[in-house]
Ligand binder design. Sequence first.
Ligand code: PLP
Length: 387
Amino acid sequence: MNSQISERLRLSKSVVGQAEAEAVSRVILEDGYLGMGREVAAFEQELQDFLGCSDRQVICVNSGTAALHLAVQAVTRPGDEVLVQSLTFVASFQAIAAAGALPVACEVDPETVTLDLADARRRLTPKTRAVMPVHYGSNPGDLDAIYEFANQQDLRVIEDAAHAFGCLHGGRKIGSFGDIVCFSFDGIKNITSGEGGAVVTKDPQVARRIRDARLLGVEKDTEKRYAGQRSWDFEVHHQGYRYHMSNVLAAIGRVQLRRFPGEFGPKRVALAGLYRQLLREAPGVCLLAADLREIVPHIQPVRVLAGRRDALREFLGSQGIETGIHYRPNHLLSFFGGGQVPLPVTEKLYGELLSLPLHPEVTEAEVRWICSRIIDFWRAEEKETLS
Ligand SMILES: *Cc1c(COP(=O)(O)O)cnc(C)c1O
């Protein structure tokens, strides 16, 4: 192994440094107000400018899961059904369940691991109120067809865009169009605010509900806090939560947003491009469809063929290369049915998916090393079957 390559290659990591530390210390030492105030207001404004969506409201919360929960709660009633792919992070399912709605697990398209619309259509019932496409691996899939379907069936669309911050669809930024779009800024996403998330919507009523619900349902509390005031004489009409973002988190997020266009975005795209170049012809692995002119990949999943995913994962682990499995399908989890309803495409994919290290501190030499180890693994396999 050469000296340019770390002994232990991490799957993902937070990339924060001096600039983020200075921003946090400015909030602590100069502002002194750690709750939700003008730092959060500034982050929301800067997100809106970045997304180019002056016709939309951006509402920051303390996690991507909170963003999804508030979005589902704003457009469903308890007992309503939400169509969602089973192959997603458990956050998508828990957010739906937290609102008292029922996540209806759907298949994915195996080429992209995004929602299989034909399958979702078969699971429509009179109780279906919304559809939640998940932009798996930062790919929004066939979002136009999903919006067409939702319009025909009178459904709300809640995009789980936790992987897709800074991505385009047909030349337009994710979040700058559509119904309700939720981002995550947790530690390892395309940008981080420590923990955090945001909802973007054009619907003023949904925005109002979410703004109030993030602060215990206290009406118009946001406006007061942004002006440095508090509400003492207030009214509450709906269930609310303590889901607001703090000034400390927003300060980190603002720095990360500035670093994204020149640093994090191009680095992720370049590394993913190199993986694709080196693995396109490689035996035993299959790339997912992805257009790197449009997306900034949050993860680098591949499909491992011939039932050898776990063996390859173990081999890479022995070489100091950490890998992941995104994700255990939700319909297999006890709380969401324990596999009573079979989803064969999803279950097959679950046995094949393997995510390779991807974050802005991975080097090109490391990607070359990882790919060479994968190719060596298959060479050794071939030898074994021949001998
Ligand atoms: C990260 C993630 C979330 C949740 O975001 P948090 O900020 O971690 O709460 C939701 N959905 C998907 C697909 C994610 O990857």
